[in-house]
Design a binder for this molecule. Structure first.
Ligand code: 3H9
Length: 679
């Protein structure tokens, strides 16, 4: 038995590779050893290559060499997969002579999520076991595969329902003396060409600007064409080529940044308050989504609505969300029943007397929220955490009505709350450290990417979004059309451009907000009234069949009426329209985001630039392969961002004045990444 023990995730660092090689060679030499089992200590099999070593010169022995040695062994080698066997961890198993997998284990080749291809035989050995179609699916999506599916597809030989290591040992022992099945010697099985074409088409559609998926497809295809050793060499060369790309650098930044955001200096060593029962107030779209996210994580939830009818509608809404999961096969009927059994519905606030946390998701109105918080404080325990799901309102003002303002925190979920990964945790001036720590712990339990924000209008994400959208609207006035801006930004890597997104979300909510805020608008602020015009015409987006576009049979179509409206508006304000290139659109949109991001960091609203990157990627569709706007700004250089900002600050008003922080760092020749120290 060879046991890898390199916590926390048994990454295949140099010492692991050297140890594994030495152990296999020792086993080959040892006359007492008849067969070998490779297993891992701790909660998981190896999670693959040590990502923190990537980009540096790899130290000997290289993983492919170790794996070739395992495959060439004359004694049977069986791998015992538990937890998650990912990347290099999966590849170790593919090189073994047989694979036994714990029933709850999962395998995967997630290198693509780091902008890489597998680098230790994954693209050459996997298709030999399961065929090209499954190999393309797994390696280009990076998704994890459960044991049952791995067995069906021929990747594993056995599922261990009891003692994994005993099962692997028994299999290895039974293999002694029999001819060994070496994966590299198996021919790639034939696959129906149309199934291969469909798998490739799916992968290309998902790639959206990322280069690694296409390279992975190419390598998997080559597995069936060139000799095994040649395929391995091509894979290795591609792995290092991809490692040196900006995309891989960006995605590795995202990997570590997503883990770094949860590390907040002020709460290091602070004990979170225990949370075992949660109340959710409001069962509208947001409240229902939040309730489902909590139920999915195993929390018992009391859902409160104002009256029995609203409560029934809320119950239906939550049921419908689970029905959808059931219909798509993501949930079994038993799981649905189990999760719903955690929900209690009530029209009485007093039923929250014993909960540890209340999340309110009621109408976005300061007076309504204040009134509710006062009533809540009266019926709940003194140590209850009171959370508001506001997306804009001032938490410090809200805390002012509470006797215990330290208990208030913002939990800004994104819609649909049970799906979207991002959670903004809003820290008010008087939020207690243990309340903040509890919110961070909750975020982790909900499997969200939780980013801490200070209080400001729109917090991190919506504040940046406002500047991004405003800049796009200015370009409408100056010469671009919605479809040109959307196409430029979709080419940049956003799944949807800003105008298509507005049509999807509905234009009416933002319109109501603009009307509310109109009296506070600065007189020298550049304001584009085009969205207001659309709303006045009843064009609220997809739900009314038209907005920035026209919708027919679910298709988004350019609408001449909108083009006319924009041209007419430019004429009316005396703006001479000009051609705006996709490059200018992309550069201005990025500069607007980076500038506001830098202000947010300078004001201490976000802990570090990386927090901005993670918010924009997980909540607003910013392409992960660009690493987030702040990472991208460093890549292209801050002087280039400032050059784009220069005309913006004179033309677009004070809101687009270059942030002093950006100017200062650029003057020193520094980077935003230098500010990425513990938040
Ligand atoms: C590869 O294998 C290339 C090969 O084809 C060829 C090689 C030649 N390296 O996520 P967590 C750290 S590419 C270094 O919070 P979880 C992580 O930063 C690799 N560090 O836990 C964190 O550190 P800290 C392909 C790693 O339970 C701590 O471990 N593999 C690595 O939520 C705990 O991680 C992948 O892409 C690593 N590979 O999730 C898998 N993995 O505490 C990447 C983790 O200081 N890993 N760390 O913040 C994962 O997907 C998740 O970590 C995993 C556990 C699912 C395993």
């Amino acid at each position: 038995m060879i046991e890898i023990d390199n916590q926390p995730v048994n990454a295949t660092s140099q010492a692991v590779r050297a140890g594994l090689l030495a152990a296999v060679e020792a086993a080959e030499r040892d006359p007492e050893t008849g067969a070998v089992v490779i297993a891992c200590a701790g909660r998981t099999f190896t999670a693959g290559g040590d990502i923190s070593e990537f980009g540096k010169t790899p130290l000997l022995p290289h993983l492919p060499v170790v794996l070739n040695r395992i495959e060439a062994a004359t004694k049977p080698v069986v791998v015992a997969w538990h937890g998650t066997a990912l990347g290099g961890g999966c590849e170790i198993g593919l090189a073994a002579h047989a694979r036994v997998m714990a029933a709850d284990a999962r395998i995967g080749l997630p290198e693509v999520r780091l902008g890489l291809c597998p680098g230790a035989g994954g693209t050459q050995r996997l298709p030999r076991l399961c065929g090209v179609v499954t190999a393309i699916d797994l390696a280009t999506s990076g998704r994890m595969m459960a044991a049952e599916d791995a067995l069906k597809s021929g990747i594993v030989d056995e599922i261990a329902h009891g003692d994994l290591r005993a099962a692997a040992l028994a299999r290895a022992t039974a293999m002694i003396g029999a001819p060994l099945r070496r994966t590299g010697e198996i021919p790639v099985p034939d696959s129906p060409p149309d199934a291969v074409a469909a798998a490739e088409a799916r992968a290309r559609k998902e790639a959206r600007g990322r280069i690694a998926p296409e390279r992975i497809i190419g390598l998997i295809r080559r597995a069936g064409i060139v000799p095994f050793a040649e395929g391995l060499a091509e894979e290795r060369a591609t792995f290092f080529e991809l490692m040196a790309t900006d995309q891989s650098r960006a995605l590795r930044h995202v990997f570590f940044a997503e883990r770094e955001v949860g590390k907040i200096r002020d709460i290091e060593g602070v004990n979170a308050r225990p949370i075992s029962r949660i109340g959710v107030i409001g069962a509208g779209t947001m409240g229902a989504g939040i309730a489902v996210a909590l139920l999915d994580a195993g929390y018992p939830v009391t859902i409160i609505e104002t009256d029995v009818a609203a409560l029934e509608r809320g119950r239906d809404r939550i049921g419908a969300l689970y029905d959808r999961m059931l219909a798509s096969g993501r949930l079994t009927a038993e799981d649905r029943a189990l999760r719903l059994s955690g929900a209690t519905f009530s029209a009485e606030l007093a039923d929250l007397a014993q909960v540890d946390l209340v999340i309110e998701a009621v109408f976005e109105d300061m007076a309504v929220k204040k009134g509710l918080l006062v009533r809540l404080e009266a019926v709940t325990r003194a140590d209850v955490i009171l959370a508001t799901n506001t997306s804009y309102l001032d938490l410090n003002e809200m805390a002012g009505v509470l006797a215990r303002p330290q208990n208030l925190v913002g939990l800004h979920f994104f819609s649909p709350a049970h799906v979207m990964k991002l959670l903004e945790i809003v820290r008010a001036k008087r939020t207690a450290p243990d309340v903040l720590a509890s919110a961070v712990t909750l975020g982790r339990r909900l499997k969200k990417v939780a980013v801490v924000s200070g209080v400001c209008d729109g917090f991190i994400g919506n504040r940046i979004l406002a500047k991004y959208r405003a800049q796009c609207e200015f370009m409408l006035e100056e010469g671009a059309l919605p479809q040109e801006i959307d196409t430029a930004l979709e080419t940049y890597g956003f799944p949807m451009g800003p105008f298509a997104v507005q049509d999807l979300a509905g234009l009416d909510i933002a319109w109501a907000r603009r009307k509310r805020l109109a009296p506070t608008r600065l007189p020298d602020e550049r304001y584009v009234p085009l969205a207001d015009r659309l709303c006045e015409l009843g064009r609220f987006g997809q739900k009314t069949g038209s907005g920035w576009y026209r919708y027919e049979g679910g298709k988004r179509l350019v609408d001449q009426a909108v083009t006319d409206l924009i041209l007419e508006h430019s004429r009316a304000i005396g703006m001479e329209r000009r051609q705006i290139t996709p490059q200018e659109i992309q550069a201005r949109a990025l500069a607007a985001m980076v500038n506001e991001g830098a202000r947010i960091v300078a004001e201490g609203i976000a802990c570090r630039p990386l927090d901005i990157d993670i918010v924009m990627i997980n909540g607003y569709g910013y392409p992960a392969w660009r690493g987030g706007p702040m990472h991208e700004a460093d890549r292209i250089g801050l002087p280039a961002i400032l050059k784009t900002l220069k005309p913006m600050q004179t033309r677009d008003g004070p809101a687009f004045e270059a942030s002093a922080l950006l100017v200062e760092i650029a003057a020193e020749g520094g980077t935003l990444a230098q500010l990425n120290i513990r938040g």
